[in-house]
Design a binder for this molecule. Structure first.
Ligand code: C2E
Ligand code: CA
Ligand code: CA
Ligand code: CA
Length: 278
């Protein structure tokens, strides 16, 4: 390949599949976006089941290609960022942006919320992750009590020794940790107890067919009980209907998140929607 400066690095080998060409193109667009501010963060409300109040937000990264093509989903670009190593600078940017925004809301006089930031496996293993978190808190002035890190169950269980070590460091900083996509990653109960997360987040796949699917209803109830017995909080993601919400309320889930309450929103839109009740 011949490089004509970053923007023109477009030479693809003839044997590359359509898929490989698309991935290479996304990677190149991401490098440019990282330098030129082409990423944004959206915020999705987390709601307390007991009183319906807004208690937190999940930060979700967005990437809009500047060339007019349709937006690319994080489901597609996050794995490419992981494989290319771009997740390290991208993840750092999301963490800092989410902390900065949350602090700005507090400074504007809104009730303090906890912001949850997703941590990818590559970021998690990058060696100095706790330093990165410490620096983001320090540079933005956000109190650690208002930062939560979402780490998937698979990431935790596949790197268990390291996960425990990191968990101690993070809890030492005063931030909280949630296990994301819970129920999909084959935890052992003894490991789960050792890891001692603050929150279990029930994977969307178990919520989707509630309340009719008896297996999913049983799994959801089992996770809620497990969290209660381990003295952890439990949140359900992907709540889309009144019936799903009613089921979760009836069975003692602490928090809910999903389109039934709100889609993820750009910061200004979130602020204008929630300013009154917040
Ligand atoms: P996730 O962490 O499980 O995030 C939840 C996803 O579900 C988000 O998709 C959110 O928009 C979507 N969602 C929320 N409510 C509902 C609902 O009621 N129904 C349905 N069907 N979906 C709902 P999104 O934003 O496309 O993100 C997809 C995944 O990409 C995330 O899954 C996460 O794994 C990853 N991701 C997103 N932002 C970041 C980030 O900043 N860093 C890292 N490392 N990963 C991220
Ligand atoms: Ca998440
Ligand atoms: Ca999830
Ligand atoms: Ca089922």
């Amino acid at each position: 390949a011949k490089s004509l400066g970053k923007r023109n690095y477009q030479f693809y080998a003839p044997h590359m599949t359509h898929e490989a060409v698309r991935r290479a193109s996304i990677e190149r667009q991401m490098r440019i976006a990282l330098e030129e501010g082409g990423f944004a963060v959206e915020y999705q409300p987390k709601v307390s089941v007991s009183n319906g109040r807004l208690i937190g937000v999940e930060a979700l990264v967005r990437f809009k290609p500047t060339d007019g093509r349709p937006p690319i989903s994080p489901v597609e670009f996050i794995p490419i960022a992981e494989e290319s190593g771009l997740i390290v600078p991208l993840g750092r940017w999301v963490l800092e942006e989410a902390c900065r925004q949350n602090k700005a809301w507090q400074d504007a006089g809104y009730l303090p919320l906890q912001v949850s930031v997703n941590v990818s496996a590559a970021q998690f293993r990058s060696g100095n992750f706790a330093d990165l978190v410490h620096n983001a808190l320090k540079s933005t002035g956000l109190s650690p009590a208002y930062l939560d890190l979402e780490i998937t169950e698979t990431t935790v269980m596949q790197n268990f020794e390291y996960a425990i070590k990191l968990m101690r460091q993070l809890q030492g900083l005063g931030v909280s940790v949630s296990i994301d996509d819970f129920g999909t990653g084959s935890s052992s109960l003894s490991k789960l107890k050792l890891f001692s997360a603050d929150t279990l987040k029930i994977d969307r796949s178990f919520i989707r067919d509630l309340p009719d699917d008896r297996d999913d209803a049983a799994i959801t109830c089992a996770i809620i009980d497990l969290a209660r017995n381990l003295n952890q909080r439990v949140i359900a993601e992907g709540v889309e209907t009144k019936e799903q919400f009613a089921f979760l309320q009836e069975h003692g889930c602490d928090e809910v998140q999903g389109f039934y309450f709100s889609a993820p929103l750009p910061a200004e839109k979130f602020e204008s929607m929630y300013a009154r009740q917040w």
